[in-house]
Design a binder for this molecule. Structure first.
Ligand SMILES: Nc1nc2c(ncn2[C@@H]2O[C@H](COP(=O)(O)OP(=O)(O)OP(=O)(O)O)[C@@H](O)[C@H]2O)c(=O)[nH]1
Ligand SMILES: [Zn+2]
Length: 311
């Protein structure tokens, strides 16, 4: 293995095919693919070493693979440091810079005049936009900034769909930021359908037409209930000089995700729930199964569309 890792080694010095099974690293590492190959290479790079690693499975005496608790005990017994791929992802998102500021322009809207700043993320090529209200230069180290981190929702944001509450939430967030006189909306592309994509979301809606709830519909499609992460948002906030936010959201997970990647949330500022006959079941599921803080949904005058036949 030392010969393989040595950059002075020439191909003829190695027997091919040999008994070592080669694995190929995906550029971008654990941020692109959460594999052990990517983890091994990223770990070497972070340690300033040649990016060549060896993967071994640690097994129990009965031949089964050791899982996290058993590995923990093994590491303690032998005085070894142990980290997970998730730790590597978190570390890289916190300390590395993956964002490029590509454009900055005026964006007058019906809510007020914003500055639109366009970003690309180097590791996956995704594009996002930050709408800044007030002079962007004054955001740096200016105390907690009122911020909305909004997940793309074509049907709700653009078409005004009543099946979710995304459109009204975006509008409310923009209005409140204008009222405040300063703030940021980060619009995250690629978050459509909680990260499963537009067509998959429409398929999930189709399953919901048949009675599944929003969580089970994703799972029935073999997709995660929520595949989003907020790495792009925290990178953009840091680029804007914002290290502390007052976050407009009803989703406590969003708060902890931002904090995980190094942005302090000094306050969670609730958004008004916008229930209607079509989204009530959806909102109740968000409250009961996804931990969203959505008060006042149990009003008798609100009837889910499937009960009143309004679909
Ligand atoms: N898969 C799936 N995604 C949905 C559905 N309804 C809305 N979405 C997506 O959910 C995302 C918005 O997430 P929400 O759970 O509404 O809200 P949140 O962003 O987690 O929390 P808030 O900050 O309180 O708005 C958008 O990307 C929508 O496209 C649905 O029924 N199924
Ligand atoms: Zn929506």
């Amino acid at each position: 293995m030392r010969v393989l890792a040595d950059s002075a080694t020439e191909p003829w010095e190695l027997t091919r095919p040999g008994h070592v099974f080669p694995l190929r690293y995906r550029e971008g590492g654990v941020l692109v693919r959460r594999g052990h190959t990517e983890a091994a290479v990223d770990l070497c790079r972070l340690a300033g070493l040649t990016p060549t690693g060896v993967l071994v499975e640690v097994v129990n005496d009965d031949g089964t693979m050791k899982r996290a608790p058993e590995l923990r005990a093994f590491a303690d017994e032998h005085g070894l440091a142990m980290i997970s791929i998730e730790d590597l992802v978190r570390h890289r998102r916190r300390v590395e810079r993956h964002v490029v500021r590509e454009a900055e322009t005026r964006l007058p809207t019906s809510h007020g005049d914003f500055t639109a700043i366009g970003y690309t993320i180097t590791v996956d090529g995704s594009e996002h936009v930050a709408l800044v209200y007030g002079d962007p230069a004054t955001l740096t180290d200016a105390g907690p900034v009122l911020t909305r981190v909004h997940s793309e929702c074509l049907t709700g944001d653009v078409f005004g769909s009543s099946r979710c509450d995304c459109g009204p939430q975006l509008n409310e967030a923009m209005d409140r930021i204008v009222e405040e006189g300063r703030g940021v909306v980060i619009y995250l592309r690629g978050h459509e359908g909680r990260g499963i994509g537009l067509v998959a979301k429409l398929q999930a809606y189709q399953l919901q037409d048949g009675g599944r709830d929003t969580v089970d519909a994703n799972l029935d499609l073999g997709l995660p209930a929520d595949a989003r992460h907020y790495g792009a948002a925290t990178q953009i906030l840091k680029d804007l000089g914002v290290s502390e936010v007052r976050l407009l959201t009803n989703n406590p997970d969003k708060v902890s995700s931002l904090e995980d990647y190094g942005v302090t949330v000094t306050e969670r500022v609730p958004l008004t729930p916008h229930p209607n006959g079509h989204n009530l079941s959806y909102l109740l599921t968000k409250r009961d199964r996804m931990g969203h803080d959505l008060p006042d949904l149990d009003q008798p005058e609100l009837v889910p569309a499937d009960l009143e036949g309004a679909n």
